[in-house]
Design a binder for this molecule. Structure first.
Ligand code: FNR
Length: 344
């Protein structure tokens, strides 16, 4: 089967995974306002193409915190991947390496972070939830550093796990055999709501790795992040899974980019489904984007190869967008290439 669009992976994955896993993957929080808006908002931005820009093939290579990647499209941290494929995170890290890009391992992975590192062939970052017990987070950071992960991505939109109403209404539950492989049996696995900005200073004292914050949506918090010396920000609504009615990520991106003013790298996720979506996020100032659900569709359909195939589709679509808009390199994609208009 040769798929042309990521949506074909979604249709095929739906046939493969059980109802509970499907609901866990696809749902958002609350009434899913943000989940829907994250996707729809891309249609409010239009590309202003330039003509007669000579080029051979567009150059998609870039770097993320200094690590070279083959394209500005990266794998978002997603928990419980063995629910979707027996090889789980090992397969998705392999497929991401095949695409020569970056994989972020989740704190809720069902594979030990050391084993993910063994399977991976590309650069790795580790996503950290700030757990109720500080020791649990500290140990994860130290293990990630020892295993060769190159940055810590602290998810800051999760002082509580979001209210997944679709999942609860369906009366679904996670299989008891699906365990967070990186937490020992005594850890509660609960995230801590007690933390303030000083927790970033504490984290800084634990590790020499760069620290990124995932889930910043305002200029105010972007400025605080700068003041606390973070190395990067990921503008994200957690794929519409935390605060329902939070502003869609793409709407938040410009104010964060403006507040940061080039001092650190700004990344984007939530709602990327096509190469033109990637193009639009880059035009609004993202260094690169993270993709969540589409890669898990690929994983469910065909393991590591499915993940690599989803990356290949997004890559090709981005190449077309660059060629047809007159952008020979990702660094040329800027705000002048977009126009905002609500006509749909
Ligand atoms: C996530 N996400 C997530 N984020 C995180 O920081 N740690 C995690 O363990 C998870 N787990 C997780 C599971 C599932 C099933 C989904 C769909 C999402 C959020 C993820 O990193 C990313 O922000 C979104 O998935 C991006 O939105 P799209 O690309 O799925 O629309």
């Amino acid at each position: 089967m040769h798929f042309i669009q990521t949506s074909q992976f979604e249709e095929a994955a739906r046939q493969k995974v059980d109802e509970a896993a499907w609901c866990y993957l696809e749902s958002g929080c609350g009434t899913e306002q943000t989940l829907r808006a994250n996707i729809k908002i891309f249609e409010q931005y239009w590309i202003r193409p330039r003509v007669f820009v000579p080029m051979q093939a567009p150059d998609l290579n870039t770097t993320v915190l200094g690590s070279p990647v083959s394209m500005p499209i990266l794998a978002a941290p997603i928990g419980f991947q063995r629910w979707f494929h027996p090889e789980g995170e090992r397969a998705s890290a392999q497929g991401t390496g095949q695409a020569q890009t970056l994989y972020v391992a989740s704190s809720s992975a069902t594979t030990r972070l050391e084993d993910i590192a063994t399977a991976a062939t590309g650069p790795l970052w580790f996503q950290l939830y700030l757990f109720e017990e500080r020791d649990v987070s500290a140990e994860l950071v130290q293990r990630a550093e020892a295993a060769g992960y190159r940055a810590i991505v602290v998810t800051v939109d999760t002082p509580w796990y979001g209210r997944k109403e679709r999942f609860a209404r369906g009366n679904y539950s996670m299989p008891g055999t699906l365990l967070k492989a990186n937490l020992d049996e005594h850890a509660s696995g609960m995230v801590g709501s007690q933390y303030g900005w000083e927790v970033i200073d504490w984290l800084r004292s634990l590790t020499r790795l760069p620290i990124l914050l995932k889930g910043v949506l305002t200029a105010e918090d972007a400025r605080k992040a700068l003041a606390h010396g973070v190395d990067g920000i990921i503008v994200s609504t957690h794929g519409g899974r935390q605060l329902d009615a939070a502003l869609p990520s793409l709407l938040a991106l410009p104010e964060v980019v403006e507040a940061v003013n080039g001092q650190i790298e700004v990344y984007f996720d939530s709602g990327i489904r096509t190469g033109t979506d990637v193009f639009k996020a880059l035009a609004l100032g993202a260094r690169a984007v993270f993709v969540g659900r589409p890669l898990i569709w690929g994983l469910a359909v065909n393991g590591a190869q499915g993940v690599a195939d989803v990356f290949a589709i997004l890559r090709e679509e981005l190449e077309y967008a660059m060629m047809l808009s007159g952008c020979p390199a990702v660094s040329c994609i800027d705000r002048s290439l977009l126009r905002e208009a609500h006509i749909l």
